[in-house]
Structure formats: structure tokens, C-alpha cells
Design a binder for this molecule. Structure first.
Ligand code: BG6
Length: 487
């Protein structure tokens, strides 16, 4: 595949003083420069936000945060910040503020002989995204001699209706090919490797169906709580924050048919077909949970209701487990179990494919339950790789079986993996939408979950640092399964 080059452009981050820029965007941009993907003369970064910090203030802020993120080459860091970073105060984002931004941007472009290529990255609170788009359009920032691309962070809307309204607004001013809806899970190397794993290895692809697979489980477990994001989380909850986007994306990558090519549209078509095959999710197949405090010896972990910005009687979900059925030829009858939660025992993202048992048991004289089904565990984080688990004979007598795994570790094979944001920012700059979310996908995903969001929901409490409410175990037990906990 031919590598596309990054053309000279200005990269504008709206809402640049937030966490996302500090933790993800700046380190990714600097690392891309460090690797030679971005040249200093071809990417200028303009931060625009409410505070009055001036160019110098912004450069210093960026420099200090990059150092905190682990970058130690002081001289080079400082030089990059001074040469490539610019700042403009956006105040409250009134039409006049956007006009002033346009004048500033044009000055920077002119001073560096830029041809008018622009990326606008909306790192903004969701409620302010529509007015930012209107502001950019009115100040004619979306019309340029060069190309214009707009990156929209998740959550994209908070239900089907709001996502559709946002899409209509975007489409009023932009072509779909200019809109980059970001879901950082799609930028993770291991998620992309799922495509390689499935479609470059016929041995797995031939087993990837209802004839051989018993069930599929997708777990995104986090050990952290909501921390300082209580106010946002109260509006979201785990179903909106994680399931509608990250877990649903993972499910479609695991379940999709072979695309006709590796083009963005071919992949997006197949993923969308998976969503269209999902049967309505029965309320009894969904478990919502919320973490409560945990205390052992000197250590205490706060419950969700004690977190800053969270009311003491909150019924917001910090955990969701659900069963999804796909009504298609490949997967009919194979449950896909999805679960995610905050304050679980450890951080782990894993896809577990459990294969069917042998039709006749040659080893039936052995202890019942001693033969484990084959499993393929694909770990996306923290230690990226996969394990193929199978039964082997234990040496000696009596004849016994043991469960073992063939393991592949991504970092051992390839070293440090790039951060998801690096991959995605580079893709925006070269105009590759393969790893971005289409309008149809995001709207169809909301259609699946809207009935659950609108319905009556019971919250089951679980102690922080446990694996979630016992009702989630009962959900699988009802179908003869149990959660995999990694290898
Ligand atoms: C974000 C969610 O999209 O993903 C957060 O808003 C969550 O609540 C985060 O913690 C998890 O991302 P990662 O890459 O750490 O698994």
C-alpha cells in the first residue's frame, strides 16, 4: 500500500486547554514530529480556547505538559513549541470571536506561506460543538483554497435524535469526506490487528462462525473510577460513554464479513451490516451497575456517589453487561456478551472467543469438567497480544489433560506501539478515513441502545475492585456460560 504524505497545513485545536490536548493531542503531535512524520515547516498548531494566555503562555504550558508526559529533550521540546505552536483566545466563542480567529489564522498562514489546508479539531464539551461549527462557518473558516477537515470527538450526540441533528448540521457545511468522527479505540494497533488477524490468516477465518464458536465476550475493564469527570459522567453513564462507541466498534470488527478491499468505505459497509443484523436487545439481557466504596486496612476507595460532582442519590451506571444476538448467517445463535465497568480489579480490554466442545468426547472417562473448550483470547490492553488455549496431555500416568496456551506478545515482537491518537491524527492529516466512524454507524449504534437508555433501568451495586454485580454473572449462567477472566 502506498504511504500518503502529510501536506503542509494548519492544525487548529478548539478547546485546547483541556485534558485531551494535554494528555493525548500534544504528545501525539510531538511524537509524530519526532519520528519525522511531521516536518516543522508543514504543520503549524494553533490552540484556541477561553483563557487569555497568549502565545508565550501557551508554549510554556505545552512545554511543561510534554515534559510531564515523559519527553525529556528540553532543548528540542522548547524549540518545537516556539516554532510550531500558536495561540488565540476564543473567549466565549461568539461570532466576533470566530471572526477574530479567522483573521489570526490567515495571518499565520500568510506569514508561513501556507496554502490554506486546515484541520479543525473540536476538543470541546459536547454541548458547545454545534455552536462551534456554526461559528467556524460564519467566519468562513470552513471555506478555503486548500482542503478543510473537521474532527469531532466522542460522545457524538447523546441519543439517536441528537446525533442525527449534529450530522445534519455538519452536512450543511461539509461533505462527509471532510468529517472525522473519532473513536480512539479504532486507532489502537491491536484493534487494527484484529483485521489483519482475521483477514490475513485463513486458518482463523475458516473457524470464525456459528459452526465452531460457542460465544464471544468483549470486556473493557477499568481500575480507575470517574475521578474528576463526575459532572460529565452524570450526563453519560457507561452505556453512552463506552458501549455505544468503543465496545460496539470492537463487536463489529470481530463480527464483520470479509470486506471487498481495505478501503474505508468497504470496511464501513461491512461494519454497518453487523449493526443492522443486531436483534432488539431484551431488557432482561442487560445489567446496569454502580460501584460502592471499598475499604481494606488503611486503604479506602470512594464509591461513585462520593465522587466530586456526583449527587448522593445518583442512579448513573458505571458498569454495563449485556447480551447481543446477531441475526445473520454467520452468527445466528452465538451470543456476543459485552461488558465494561469502572473500578474493576484491573485495567483489561479483551476479546474472548470460546469454541464449541468436541461433538463426541473421546476422553469422557476423565474427571467431568476437566476438558476445557478451546479459547482464543485477544488482549488489546495492557499487554497486547493473543493466546490460543488448548488441551494437552499432562506427562505421566494416570492419563490427564491440562489447559495450555500458545501466546503471542505484540511488544516482544515489535517493541513499543504507537498511541492511538498518533495513528488517528496522522490519518486525519493524510485524509484517510478508514479508522473513523461514519454518520450511518453512529446513528445506527444509537438506535440499538436508545430503547435501553429510555427504559426503566435498575442499578445493581458492586463493591469497587470487584468484577461487577453478581447479576452480570447470572446473566451468562442463564445461557450456560461464564465470564472469561484472561489467561
Ligand atoms: C473514553 C471514556 O472514551 O475512554 C473514558 O470517555 C474511558 O471514560 C476511556 O476511561 C478509556 O480509554 P482507554 O484507551 O484508556 O481504554
Amino acid at each position: 500500500m502506498q504511504e500518503l504524505m502529510v501536506e503542509p497545513h494548519v492544525f487548529v485545536i478548539l478547546g485546547t486547554t483541556g485534558d485531551l490536548t494535554r494528555r493525548k493531542l500534544l504528545p501525539a503531535l510531538y511524537h509524530l514530529r519526532d519520528q519525522g512524520v511531521l516536518e516543522e515547516k508543514n504543520t503549524l498548531i494553533i490552540g484556541a480556547a477561553l483563557p487569555e494566555m497568549g502565545e508565550e503562555g501557551f508554549r510554556l504550558w505545552a512545554y511543561e505538559n510534554l515534559q510531564k508526559a515523559g519527553w525529556r529533550n528540553e532543548k528540542d521540546l522548547r524549540a518545537w513549541c516556539d516554532k510550531c505552536l500558536y495561540y488565540h483566545t476564543l473567549h466565549q466563542g461568539s461570532p466576533q470571536d470566530y471572526e477574530a480567529l479567522a483573521a489570526y489564522l490567515q495571518r499565520v498562514e500568510k506569514a508561513h506561506g501556507m496554502g490554506g489546508n486546515r484541520v479543525f479539531y473540536l476538543a470541546l464539551p459536547p454541548a458547545t460543538v454545534p455552536s462551534a461549527i456554526e461559528g467556524l462557518d460564519r467566519a468562513t473558516l470552513l471555506k478555503s483554497r486548500g482542503w478543510v477537515r473537521v474532527v469531532v470527538e466522542k460522545p457524538f450526540g447523546h441519543d439517536y435524535h441528537s446525533a442525527r441533528t449534529l450530522d445534519m448540521l455538519l452536512h450543511r457545511y461539509l461533505e462527509e469526506s471532510q468529517i472525522y468522527r473519532i473513536d480512539h479505540y479504532l486507532g489502537k494497533e491491536t484493534v487494527q490487528n484484529l483485521l489483519a488477524f482475521r483477514f490475513a490468516n485463513p486458518i482463523f477465518e475458516s473457524l470464525w462462525n456459528r459452526n465452531t464458536v460457542e460465544n464471544v465476550q468483549i470486556t473493557v475493564a477499568e481500575d480507575l473510577g470517574v475521578e474528576h469527570r463526575g459532572a460529565y459522567y452524570e450526563q453519560a453513564g457507561a452505556l453512552r460513554d463506552m458501549v455505544q462507541n468503543h465496545l460496539t466498534q470492537l463487536m463489529t470488527v470481530v463480527a464483520m464479513e470479509v470486506p471487498v478491499s481495505f478501503e474505508a468505505s468497504a470496511i464501513q459497509t461491512e461494519k454497518l451490516k453487523v449493526l443492522h443484523s443486531v436483534a432488539p436487545i431484551a431488557p432482561e439481557d442487560v445489567v446496569f451497575g454502580q460501584y460502592t466504596a471499598w475499604q481494606i486496612a488503611e486503604q479506602t476507595i470512594k464509591g461513585y456517589r462520593e465522587e466530586p460532582g456526583v449527587p448522593a442519590d445518583s442512579l448513573t451506571d458505571t458498569y454495563v453487561a449485556l447480551k447481543v444476538d446477531l441475526n445473520n448467517w454467520r452468527w445466528k445463535g452465538v451470543p456476543f456478551y459485552l461488558r465494561t465497568g469502572k473500578r474493576l480489579p484491573r485495567k483489561m480490554t479483551q476479546v474472548a472467543v470460546t469454541f464449541r466442545e468436541a461433538p463426541a468426547q473421546v476422553f469422557q472417562s476423565l474427571e467431568p469438567g476437566s476438558i476445557a473448550p478451546n479459547k482464543l483470547l485477544i488482549t488489546l490492553q495492557p499487554s497486547e497480544g493473543f493466546s490460543l488455549c488448548f488441551s494437552v496431555k499432562s506427562p505421566g500416568r494416570p492419563f490427564r489433560l491440562a489447559d495450555h496456551a500458545l501466546q503471542f506478545d505484540y511488544q516482544t515482537a515489535f517493541g513499543q506501539l504507537p498511541d492511538a491518537y498518533e495513528t488517528l491524527l496522522r490519518d486525519v492529516m493524510i485524509g484517510d478515513q478508514t479508522l473513523f466512524v461514519s454518520a450511518d454507524f453512529t446513528e445506527s449504534a444509537w438506535c440499538l441502545y436508545d430503547p435501553l437508555l429510555q427504559g426503566q433501568k435498575s442499578i445493581h451495586f458492586y463493591t469497587a475492585a470487584s468484577w461487577g454485580p453478581r447479576e452480570a454473572d447470572a446473566l451468562l449462567e442463564r445461557h450456560g456460560h461464564q465470564w472469561q477472566l484472561g489467561w
